[in-house]
Ligand binder design. Structure first.
Ligand code: BYC
Length: 337
């Protein structure tokens, strides 16, 4: 359903203007600029401007945090899945999200930031993670809607990141997108099944769509005119498509899917605009978005507390792995002696 067709031409109309960055090393900067202009890849051993490194660490670590916090709302439903088949699928999906977090933390580590530093920032509430995971999953249809809409929005955002100028991030994204595509399809298929069921099941799906639709549109980030990072990130080839353009593409792709499913998207202003060749849509509640991003959404405290507890409860696993690795290391030294 989501393909490389999301790779539209890079556009910067409507974005904040970028002041020229302070040049720290003119020769290396020129080589870096040349590579970016030629659409080449920057690798960990290459010189890069400090701002480029910081932007990547910020974005990749926030992305990694989103993956592992994103395991929680759906993880809640593993023990309550309606059949063995749905349980097996959900376990695999949640496990995939954990794997995405690991690829992403590894990609961020290549920029010189340790996993411990990143986790400390998450656990102390300093680092952000996606707003979408601060809302509750109230019924089984929420699991399907997360697959269809949340993973659908995530893929729309992540396909252009496969072309990100930073090599390790771009390569991680290729694998992540393949897995997200399975996640999106399993969610849509679960909802199609429910929509072929009883009136009560259909009502559950519609209720879940009503609660998640607007939150998914906000996931793409603030409007371009209010996005402090977009213009520079696009200049550096980190972001390829702006927040608003991605949001629009997601809406245009999702409307026909909703029609096939038989649900109504909860926006009276949603309609096709022949002139623009896109759907018009209503106003997103940005106050609610910022309140959630700043820690005051319905589940922020619960998510963070669960995450910190999981980390602390897992200390013995990390200790055991380190003890085993040191034992193996000593053994190989002894064998070599
Ligand atoms: N939630 O200038 P902007 C998944 C922040 S995981 C929270 O546009 P940027 C999944 C932004 O960080 C999906 N904060 O920033 C997992 C910035 O704050 P700081 C996660 C948000 O970085 C499990 C400020 O607002 N995907 O799909 O150029 C199960 C200004 O924004 C959000 C990624 O992380 C938000 N929604 O653009 C199922 C993709 N939006 O840092 C599914 C990678 C904005 O200055 N990330 N903010 O304090 C990106 O593509 C970009 O970072 C964003 C934001 C488009 C999210």
């Amino acid at each position: 359903m989501y393909t490389q067709s999301f790779n539209v031409q890079d556009s910067s109309a409507g974005l904040k203007s970028v002041p020229p960055p302070a040049v720290e090393n003119p020769e290396a900067q020129a080589r870096f600029d040349h590579k970016i202009d030629a659409d080449g890849k920057i690798e960990p051993q290459d010189w890069m401007p400090d701002g480029y490194r910081k932007t990547l660490v910020r974005q990749i670590s926030q992305h990694a945090h989103s993956e592992i916090v994103g395991m929680l709302p759906e993880g809640n439903w593993i023990s309550r899945a309606p059949s063995l088949k749905r349980k097996a699928i959900l376990i695999a999906k949640v496990q995939d999200e954990g794997g995405h977090g690991l690829y992403l933390y590894s990609a961020a580590e290549t920029l010189g930031t340790s996993r411990d530093q990143m986790l400390e920032a998450l656990h102390s509430g300093k680092a952000k993670y996606s707003s979408i995971f601060n809302y509750p999953t109230l019924n089984w249809a929420d699991v399907g809607v997360i697959g269809w809409l949340v993973d659908g929005a995530a893929i729309s955002n992540q396909i252009p990141l496969c072309r990100c100028s930073y090599g390790p991030y771009a390569r991680a994204m290729i694998r992540v997108c393949k897995e997200e595509s399975f996640h999106q399809r399993q969610g849509y298929e679960a909802l199609l099944t429910m929509m072929g069921g009883t009136e009560a099941q259909k009502a559950m799906v519609q209720d879940a769509v009503n609660r998640w639709w607007w939150k998914c549109l906000a996931m793409f980030g603030p409007p371009d005119a209010d996005s402090p990072h977009s213009a520079q990130a696009m200049r550096w080839g980190i972001k390829r498509i702006s927040n608003d353009d991605l949001r629009q593409k997601f809406i245009d792709a999702t409307v026909p899917q909703a029609r096939v499913l038989g649900v109504t998207l909860p926006d009276p202003d949603l309609k096709w605009n022949e002139e623009r060749q896109h759907h018009d849509y209503g106003t997103i509640d940005w106050d609610e978005f910022w309140s959630t991003v700043n820690g005051n959404g319905p589940c922020n405290k619960e998510r963070l507390a669960t995450r910190v507890k999981a980390h602390n409860d897992g200390q013995w696993v990390r200790d055991a792995a380190l003890a085993y690795s040191s034992k193996q290391h000593n053994k190989s030294l002894k064998d070599a002696a």
